[in-house]
Design a protein around this ligand. Structure first.
Ligand code: PDD
Length: 267
C-alpha cells in the first residue's frame, strides 16, 4: 500500500479537496454497503464532483480489497479527490480527472474492558465549519479534538455548539434518559452516521423508544447512558464525561441490549 503513488499536486493533498467513506466488512459482508455508497454520492454531489465509478465498479473494488477468501473483520477506506491539475489554483480546471484511492485494514477487536468499564469522553466547543454532513477529507478539527481527548486520557471528544451537542470528533452521540434513546437530528451540523441510523433502525424493530431531538449539553451530563457510534467502533458505552461518572458509571442495560442486537445484525 505504501508503494501507491499520487501526485504532489493532488488537490486532496494541497486543499483537502476530497471526500471519503469507511465501510466495515465482516468476513466479506459489507455492513450497510448501499447506505455508505449513497452517502458517498451525497458527499460528492455536495462538493460538485462526479462519481468516477459506477456502483457496480465500487462493489467490485471493495470485494477485491477484502480478498478471496475474505479476511475477517476489515474496514475499507476509500477516498475521491478532485485530482491533480498542473498548478495550484483554488479553481480547478474542468478537464482534471478525480483521484480514487482505497485500501483495506483490519478492524481492531473491541477490548473486553470496554463492555465492562466503558470509555471516557471530554466535551469541547465544535470548532468546525457548517457543512459537517459532508464526509470531507479536511479533518484538521477532528485531528485536534482527538489529540485533546488523548491528552485527557479519554477516547473521544463530544462537541457542542452554544451548549447543544452535535457529535463526536469521529463518531455520533446517542444518550438514554427514561429508557428512551435521544440523539441530535441529522442536519448540516453533523455527519449522518450509518451506525447511528442502524442503531435507530434496530431500536425501532425491537420496540425501544427513540427521539431525534436537539440534546443540550446539560441534558447529556444528566443522561442515564451515553453511547458513541461509528462504523469501526460500532456502539460504545461512555461511562465518564469530563471526569464525572455517566449514570452509575458503568455500561448501562440499554447499551448491553443494543450491543447484542448490533452483534446479531452483523452476522
Ligand atoms: N468516522 N461523525 C463523524 C465526524 C465521523 O467521522 C464518523 C465516522 C461518524 C460516524 O459515522 P459512521 O457510523 O457512518 O461511521 C460520525 C469514520 C469512521 C472515520 O473517519 O474513520
Amino acid at each position: 500500500m505504501t508503494e501507491a503513488r499520487v501526485s504532489v499536486m493532488d488537490r486532496g493533498f494541497i486543499f483537502g479537496d476530497g471526500v471519503y467513506e469507511v465501510i466495515p466488512s465482516y468476513g466479506g459482508y459489507f455492513l450497510r454497503l448501499e447506505q455508505h455508497l449513497d452517502r458517498l454520492d451525497a458527499s460528492l454531489a455536495a462538493i460538485r464532483l462526479d462519481n468516477p465509478l459506477a456502483r457496480d465498479e465500487w462493489r467490485s473494488v471493495l470485494r477485491r480489497l477484502v480478498g478471496a477468501p475474505p479476511a475477517p473483520d476489515q474496514s475499507v477506506y476509500l477516498q475521491v479527490t478532485r485530482g491533480a491539475p498542473a498548478s495550484r489554483d483554488h479553481l480547478c480546471p474542468a478537464d482534471v480527472a478525480p483521484t480514487v484511492f482505497a485500501c483495506a485494514s483490519p478492524i481492531k477487536p473491541r477490548r473486553p474492558e470496554i463492555a465492562t468499564e466503558g470509555v471516557a469522553c471530554i466535551t469541547r466547543p465544535d470548532i468546525r465549519w457548517l457543512h459537517c454532513e459532508i464526509k470531507s477529507t479536511s479533518l484538521i478539527a477532528a485531528v485536534m479534538m482527538r489529540r485533546e481527548a488523548e491528552d485527557a486520557s479519554a477516547l473521544e471528544t463530544i462537541m457542542h455548539r452554544d451548549g447543544v451537542v452535535t457529535e463526536g470528533a469521529v463518531s455520533n452521540v446517542l444518550m438514554v434518559a427514561s429508557n428512551t434513546i435521544m440523539t441530535p437530528p441529522n442536519s448540516h451540523l453533523l455527519l449522518p452516521g450509518i451506525t447511528r441510523e442502524l442503531t435507530l433502525l434496530l431500536a425501532e424493530e425491537h420496540g425501544i423508544r427513540y427521539l431525534e431531538e436537539p440534546v443540550p449539553l446539560e441534558t447529556l451530563r444528566n443522561a442515564d447512558e451515553i453511547w458513541l457510534s461509528s462504523s469501526t467502533r460500532e456502539v460504545l458505552p461512555v461511562t465518564r464525561l469530563d471526569g464525572a461518572p455517566v449514570g452509575d458509571g458503568r455500561p448501562g442495560p440499554l447499551w448491553q441490549h443494543m450491543d447484542r442486537l448490533y452483534q446479531a445484525h452483523k452476522e
